[in-house]
Design a protein around this ligand. Structure first.
Ligand code: ACO
Ligand code: PYR
Length: 561
């Protein structure tokens, strides 16, 4: 139970947010949370204001058994931790079911049971009769409630079942009523296969709500759990709320099996910003503060899961408020609301400008402002920069992914070229031993290729000629450039390459093709990106690398020496 003892809202406009990132989200390929990961995510979701956090299946997954043992020490502010499990096995007694025993032993105050609600699944997957499945739901729920726990029941394949069995009293509704009679606080309509359309979800949820009310269970909450297989998980959840659902299940960043679960942060933002419903606890000011944490929660959970959220994710994605088209920028300069559905600050995000061949003067001016450069009132320069960007993109540059290179172009156009160093010449050579007949790598794991590079440059009033070695020409050049520059600018030692992307732009020209290199650099505090283009991968990389070091020095506030 949350600190205030709050449980599910029985009616009204409050919607309980039920996060299942740690259970259904963990069913995504490649995701495997440690107990420590789960504890960190629980803390984030509790701070955000989730009502329920489904943390795993104790008894089925050893790590989850350990998690619930450790979670006994947790003192959560708003959330209840939920243990997930299944109803008892067919033909057995609930009190003797080892799965239910493990759920009770977990100490969780709230337990959600998954139950079959589509007759096809009862008969084919469970190999039980419809009546036995109803008894399984009732006995299992009653056991948990009798032990003083809050019990909820996930109605698996609820919408598929109702679609096939629409007349009379559909079986899915009978299952829900069996759960409610046994004391379940909520029954959750699940679109397990993600195939239902929002209209059908709304109709079925409304029907479920009416059936519960008619049978004397107005306090049993209807929940909604959707998957994104039809690209409609959030839409389905929103439609369900309009139709009477007052608990919404989903996962941060839309994690989950197959195409994922409904993206929970989007649902929270939609409910809070665009409907009469509330999704977060507290008064208006408190809810606004919690809402402004959404982008941070998205990034932090992505970091812990080692799955970066989509940059295009609604509300919280890094590019959710990024504008590329010149016409958009010109209107945004007058009023950002003209091209934004909400103020990004409300969900902790920021607006950004992308400069590209689609830019006009307004885009350049706004991007300059974002970079801390005042170019207002310099219409001629802005126009020239826009033309230069278009001309360069036509030959292969891509500035929307390389704001560092754009900054240099702009500074040159404004007559403020940074003057940290001047390169006189560079060269790189590769020495390779032929691959052996067996085509295997040497036993020590080294490669057959060794490279050397020489860089000659002037910096800080001195001249340097430095030799670098590496496992390839790019690596050798980087080593030589860093060694030379670090003698005048030791700050460069902190720069680290975090990404290196190579793209062949006109593949039909084979080995004569134009190559674009994009690199991302960081100094641990800031990140920036640069681009280089050439007919040679080393030449393109050299341009991106040297620009990358100049931008790094500018961003670190280092003056030319
Ligand atoms: C829609 C969802 O996402 S539900 C969540 C699904 N999550 C998981 O499956 C992850 C964790 N699962 C596990 O660790 C294992 O599957 C366990 C421990 C639960 C079960 O493992 P096993 O006993 O080896 O059974 P197995 O996985 O092969 O099959 C599941 C059994 O549960 C039965 N079952 C399925 N749903 C239910 C239900 N709602 N209630 C009771 N039994 C059920 C199946 O009929 C099957 O029974 P059978 O063993 O008689 O064939
Ligand atoms: C319970 C659940 O995860 C589902 O039906 O999708």
């Amino acid at each position: 139970m949350g600190a205030d003892g709050a449980t599910l809202p029985a009616g009204g406009d409050a919607v309980a947010i039920y996060d299942t990132t740690l259970r259904d989200g963990a069913q995504q390929q490649g995701v495997s949370f440690t107990v420590g990961d789960k504890l960190s995510i629980i803390a984030l979701l509790d701070e955000l204001g989730a009502a329920y956090i489904e943390a795993g299946w104790p008894g089925a997954i050893p790590k989850d058994t350990e998690l619930f043992a450790r979670a006994r020490e947790l003192d959560l502010a708003t959330a209840r931790l939920v243990a997930f499990g299944a109803t008892r096995r067919p033909g057995a007694r609930a009190a003797e079911d080892s799965g239910l025993r493990a759920l009770l032993d977990s100490g969780a105050e709230t337990i959600t049971l998954v139950a079959k609600s589509d007759p096809r699944h009862v008969e084919r997957a469970l190999r039980a009769t419809r009546e036995e499945n109803l008894r399984m739901v009732a006995d299992s729920t009653a056991l948990l409630v009798g032990a003083g726990r809050e019990a909820m029941v996930d109605l698996e394949h609820f919408f598929d079942g109702l679609r096939r069995d629409a007349d009379g009293q559909p079986y899915g509704i009978e299952v829900a009523l069996a759960a409610a009679r046994a004391g379940a606080s909520a029954v959750i309509a699940c679109d397990t296969n993600g195939g239902a359309l929002p209209g059908a979800i709304a109709d079925s949820v409304a029907r479920l709500r009416r059936a519960l009310d008619a049978a004397g269970h107005p306090d049993c909450v209807v929940g909604i759990h959707t998957h994104d297989d039809s690209g409609l998980a959030v839409a389905g959840a929103m439609a369900a709320v309009e139709a009477g659902a007052r608990q919404v299940q989903g996962c941060v960043n839309g994690m989950g099996e197959r195409t994922g679960n409904a993206e929970l942060l989007t649902i929270i933002a939609n409910l809070e910003l665009k409907t009469r419903f509330t999704a977060l606890p507290g008064d208006e000011a408190e809810r606004a503060r919690r809402l402004s944490e959404l982008s941070r929660v998205s990034r932090s959970v992505g970091e812990i899961a080692n799955r970066a959220p989509s940059t295009r994710q609604a509300y919280t994605g890094a590019r959710a408020f990024a504008h590329k088209a010149g016409l958009h920028a010109s209107a945004i300069r007058v009023d950002p609301d003209l091209y934004q559905h909400v103020d990004p600050a409300r969900v902790g995000n920021t607006m950004s400008m992308l400069v590209s061949e689609m830019a006009g003067r307004a885009s350049i001016e706004l991007k300059a402002r974002e970079l801390g450069i005042d170019a207002s009132g310099q219409g001629d320069v802005l126009g020239r920069v826009a033309e230069e960007v278009k001309a360069r993109e036509a030959i292969g540059y891509a500035y929307d992914a390389a704001d560092g290179s754009f900054e240099l172009l702009l500074r040159h156009a404004l007559g403020e070229p940074p003057d940290y160093f001047r390169v006189e010449s560079w060269q790189a050579s590769v020495r390779a031993a032929p691959v052996g007949a067996d085509r295997l790598l040497p036993a020590d794991g080294s490669t057959h290729t060794q490279a050397e590079a020489t860089v000659r440059l002037r910096a800080g009033g001195r001249r340097f000629a430095v030799l670098g070695e590496g496992n390839g020409p790019v690596n050798a050049l980087d080593a030589a450039l860093c060694d030379a520059l670090a003698q005048v600018y030791p700050e460069i030692r902190a720069f680290e390459l975090t990404d290196y992307k190579v793209r062949i732009l006109d593949a039909e020209r084979g080995t004569r093709a134009i190559i674009r290199v994009l690199i991302d650099l960081t100094d641990g505090e800031r990140t920036w990106s640069t681009v280089g283009v050439g007919t040679d991968i080393v030449e393109a990389t050299w341009e991106a690398l040297t620009d990358g070091h100049v931008v790094g020095l500018i961003r670190a506030g280092v003056s030319p020496r």
